[in-house]
Design a protein around this ligand. Structure first.
Ligand code: SAM
Length: 274
């Protein structure tokens, strides 16, 4: 396997290239049902864990806007930001098309300048992509600062110990490759991934990914790299505590009422600022 460096700039550059090209197509493969379920969960978390009515929401890596737009449609006052300008532009175009108003900005999740402004802050499908663990702690500290007292943070990680074969599982990483095909109306999306480097000491995997996307306007092929940090429940619990959060609850797989033995592919944390 090729040894890759993990310098902050290298990771950010790879991530930006990945989402600039693929964000738009990935978004189209995600079923509306998945996003609806996650939005319902978010509203449940707002009602259950915040000490006051949630009105103002910040999404610190909003991508092309599926959560933040959904929340704006449900009546919240929304701000979204993302590091990749192409993702922000897609979100802006969607907001315009759908007639919802919100602030959408380009920005790094580790350089948040807000102070006591939001009732809820989201960091969804992002912590495991940040360049290093210092960035994760910085991001969570800045989220804590951005919240009003009694407001909540919602963040999630992929659980590497889960039993499935997705790209974030230890199984796929040890296997060294992962293949995935998704079909949605008007699009066939094939992703052929190979582990380029795996550092089992620090829990870091670099994937080399080839994406073949067939659409009515032709075939698009992208080759990108993606870095994944394999966090456990305990890592995020400790980082949230270090960031100043005291009331922290974890919901496996976005389940409002987790079954006795949850699958726990995804761990969703809801943390309140006291
Ligand atoms: C997996 S997508 C998730 C997007 C969105 N939260 C969702 O759930 O659909 C990860 C997003 O994080 C963004 N990103 C990567 N590094 C970032 C950083 N340092 N600061 C802010 N956004 C970042 C990428 O541009 C991409 O849009």
């Amino acid at each position: 396997m090729d040894r890759l460096e993990n310098a902050r700039e290298t990771v950010l550059k790879a991530s930006r290239a990945y989402y600039a090209h693929l964000g738009y197509y990935e978004e189209r493969t995600r079923g509306a049902e998945t996003t609806k379920r996650e939005l319902d969960f978010l509203e449940f978390a707002f009602r259950t864990h915040a000490t006051h009515n949630v009105r103002e929401v910040l999404d610190v890596a909003c991508g092309s806007g599926r959560h933040i737009l959904g929340l704006a449609h449900r009546g919240y006052k929304c701000t979204g930001q993302d590091y990749t300008p192409e993702q922000v532009q897609t979100a802006q175009a969607r907001a315009k098309r759908e007639g919802v108003s919100m602030k959408l900005l380009q920005g790094d999740a580790t350089r948040l300048k807000y102070e006591g402004e939001f009732d809820a802050v989201l960091a969804l499908y992002i912590l495991f992509l940040l360049p290093d663990d210092d960035s994760v702690l910085t991001c969570l500290r800045q989220i804590h600062r951005a919240l009003k007292p009694g407001g909540i943070a919602v963040c999630n990680i992929a659980n590497p110990f889960h039993k499935g074969e997705d790209w974030f599982s230890l199984k796929a990483i040890h296997q060294g490759h992962y293949f995935h095909e998704t079909r949605v109306p008007g699009m066939r999306y094939i992703s052929i991934d190979r582990v380029q480097d795996f550092d089992p000491l620090h829990g870091i995997a670099w994937w080399q990914e080839t994406h073949v996307i067939e659409t009515p306007d032709g075939v698009h092929i992208f080759r990108e790299r993606e870095r994944l940090r394999l966090f456990t429940y305990w890592d995020i619990l400790h980082y949230l505590q270090a960031a100043g959060f005291k009331q922290i609850k974890c919901y496996p797989d976005w389940e409002i009422k987790p079954p006795k033995k949850p699958k726990a592919d995804w761990l969703v944390f809801v943390a309140r600022k006291d």
